[in-house]
Write a protein that binds this ligand. Sequence first.
Ligand code: HGY
Ligand code: MN
Ligand code: MN
Length: 409
Amino acid sequence: MKAGKLFSMLAELGRVSDERGRLTRTFLSPAMRRANALVGGWMKEAGLVVREDAVGNLIGRVEGADPKAKTLLLGSHLDTVRDAGRFDGPLGVLLPIMALGELKRRGIALPFSVEVIGFSEEEGVRFASAYLGSEGYTGRLKARTLALRDDAGVSVREVLKKFGGGKFSLPKPAHRRGDLLGYVEVHIEQGPVLEKAKLAVGVVSAIAGQSRFKLTWTGQAGHAGTTPMDLRRDALAGAAEFVTGVEMIARRTPGLVATVGALTVAPGAANVIPGEVVHTLDVRHARDAVRRAALMQLGRLATCIARERGLRRRWQRTQENRAVACSPSLTAQLARSVQAVQGRSLSLVSGAGHDGVVMAALTPVAMLFVRCREGLSHHPDEHASPGDLGVALRVMVDFLQRMAQQDAQ
Ligand code: HGY
Ligand code: MN
Ligand code: MN
């Protein structure tokens, strides 16, 4: 089957970027608009009717042979992190398009309807809050999220109003729960488990919970040459002590991961003591109680550092998602196709967040993971082999056909 074509489509889409020389495609950016046009064309070639919703999600739909049939949702996100790989997100949009195109080529009409969704924003790069696309699709976008501003000071509301030709209102859910068969997302594993098990694909049992924050440390800017060390309130020294504390707490808590991924210093001159530091914090664990206990520890650490150094600190929560269990029955159906194609299925927990976390509020969720080289992701060297893409494609076609047979019973 057309794994080579899928691989080259991912390479082509991977060149649609907001930045020269590297892949960065953020929420409703010019590159995102070009990506929707390119992927929308591929959807049409596969026989899907294409539309964009109010938050920029790209949706391709094929009606089922049975007009009263429910809808199966397939998809993932089309936005990327900065300097991204070309598989994280787009694989889960292009692979279902290829699978539906293959069924059309074989003259197989599915009894149920299918929607392939390219979510407009999952990574949370432009506005610090992730899942804007799937929150819009499920009617869970909050008014407070619309007030978030990007680095240029533009708000989510302003961006959505501009995208919507001057008007925007919080969208309702795209479907009622009863109209859906479920949501299945194909995604690279972004970890080492499948490679270690020497398997091309596996199924996901649960998606780890995550909390994201924006922390601001405020001290006193001053002259680097004339201010004695004991009179300083250095915001960067305080933030740095906190960052090493984050790593220490995460290292000694099994299964916890915590990351400070972005940090800015003001005023940002070599001869000025930093007066203000703003940085992100991302904390995750498969069990919510462990993640919450770690957050309490981190809060106490920040209070202690601020007090000792005479700093003010401000925590802004920008995202909070509980750990989500995938649907055992839908996952079992997917695992049967993995078994049929690969001979063996493996179930694993996802440390990465996915749109399935939000979609689980609307419908049962299952995920198919595809091996990626050295588990590397959120990096330009992210790689899944055409052979593994071929296995995943065969699993998706087999899964759709089994769903059709089951529907016929
Ligand atoms: O950050 C994540 O877990 C995902 O890649 N959005
Ligand atoms: Mn990602
Ligand atoms: Mn992803």
